[in-house]
Design a protein around this ligand. Structure first.
Ligand code: DAH
Length: 361
């Protein structure tokens, strides 16, 4: 073939080849076009052979370049259509597998943990009574956890709270807070100016581990400091609190107690939610007739409270002759166990779906 003939061959066949390679609608059509135009017996190969027979160097170069250009363009068209067809085949295979008439898969809805619900409810009630949320660190200085709360280093009350000490290098005065009360001290020192009315929720740690105690648990602390805050204010606040958290009509009972940071101090009970404060009979009665929840006493302990001790005011740079205040500390787990009739505190930490799904919230 002469140069002109080669050029004619390449030009004429090119249009048909490109149309077939780009337009093939499936793998079989595409393969047929590839064999026809790009295969051993195709026009590109024929043209390449003829180029080898040209004798004029310039003509050989020109024809060779044209051959290669056409070849490359057709290879590209082929590859492009090949990917398109493969994609189309994959989608078709998938569509066959999806049965759109099947009912959808339900995604299960999460629920709030009973501890979270209890805590949120308590904080909401306290917020309604004017207590602003406050926070403090879980890794705490001895000063805030003990010292400022009238528990100097030799105070026997420190034993009430078996403490985890933190290995803090040369310092031996860093603890995991044993209660949320240090936030009282922090708040008073930071504010310096009554009225102060805050609530603090958080984790606390003690060396305790049995069905009703966990080494980590949660408390909510409340403190109210102002001129002329009285014990009656404390009682009224806690009565209202108990009714909102448990049920309208529950009674509270205060028993004298001791905490180094309050004077006087009380332990606060609510009438039993299971037997209504009677102590026996009804659905919560054990074999001997006594209520299983309150062990026949008719009351359940839920918190410690009292009037802020003058020593605490002094440590927190407030004048005990000018201000008074009350404080209280509530164990959230305890309230949750009572509210929901849960027997073992450890259930609250296991995250067993069968347990958690029983709580609406
Ligand atoms: N901090 C005490 C505890 O963990 C609870 C408590 C008692 C807090 C009396 C108070 C309070 O604020 O006044 O056992």
């Amino acid at each position: 073939m002469t140069l002109v003939e080669i050029e004619q061959l390449l030009d004429q066949s090119f249009v048909a080849a490109k149309g077939a390679l780009s337009g093939a609608r499936n793998a079989a059509e595409l393969e047929a076009a590839r064999v026809q135009f790009l295969g051993q017996k195709g026009f590109i190969q024929a043209a390449k052979k003829s180029v080898g027979q040209l004798t004029v160097v310039d003509e050989k170069k020109r024809a060779g370049k044209l051959c290669n250009d056409r070849d490359r363009e057709l290879q590209e068209a082929y590859q492009h259509n090949l990917s398109r067809i493969e994609q189309q085949d994959r989608a078709a295979a998938l569509a066959e597998r999806i049965d759109v008439t099947l009912p959808g898969r339900r995604s299960r809805r999460g629920r709030r943990h009973p501890l979270t619900t209890t805590c949120d409810d308590i904080l909401a009630v306290l917020a309604g009574l004017g207590f602003q949320p406050a926070e403090g660190p879980e890794v705490e200085h001895d000063f805030y956890n003990f010292e400022a709360l009238n528990m100097p280093s030799d105070h026997p009350a420190r034993d009430m709270q078996d403490t985890f000490y933190v290995d803090a290098g040369a310092r031996n005065d860093v603890v995991l807070r044993t209660h949320t009360s240090p936030v009282q001290a922090r708040t008073m020192l930071a504010s310096g100016k009554p009225p102060i009315r805050v609530s603090c929720f958080g984790r606390v740690y003690r060396k305790d581990d049995d069905p009703t105690h966990s080494p980590m648990f949660h408390q909510i602390e409340g403190i109210y400091v102002d001129k002329e805050v009285t014990f009656a204010d404390l009682k009224g606040t806690l009565q209202l609190f108990a009714e909102r958290i448990f049920a309208p009509g529950v009674k509270i009972r205060m028993r004298p107690s001791f905490f180094p940071f309050t004077e006087p101090s009380v332990e606060v009970d609510v009438s039993c939610v299971a037997c209504g404060g009677i102590g026996h009979g009804g659905s919560s009665a054990a074999d001997d007739g006594r209520c299983r929840i309150c062990k026949g006493t008719g009351f359940l302990e839920i918190m410690g409270a009292g009037m802020v001790d003058p020593e605490v005011f002094r440590a927190c740079k407030l004048d005990p002759d000018a201000v008074t205040g009350f404080a209280f500390g509530i164990g959230i787990e305890r309230v949750a166990l009572l509210r929901y009739g849960i027997a073992d505190i450890r259930l609250l930490y296991e995250n067993d779906e069968r347990f958690l799904s029983q709580f609406v919230g």
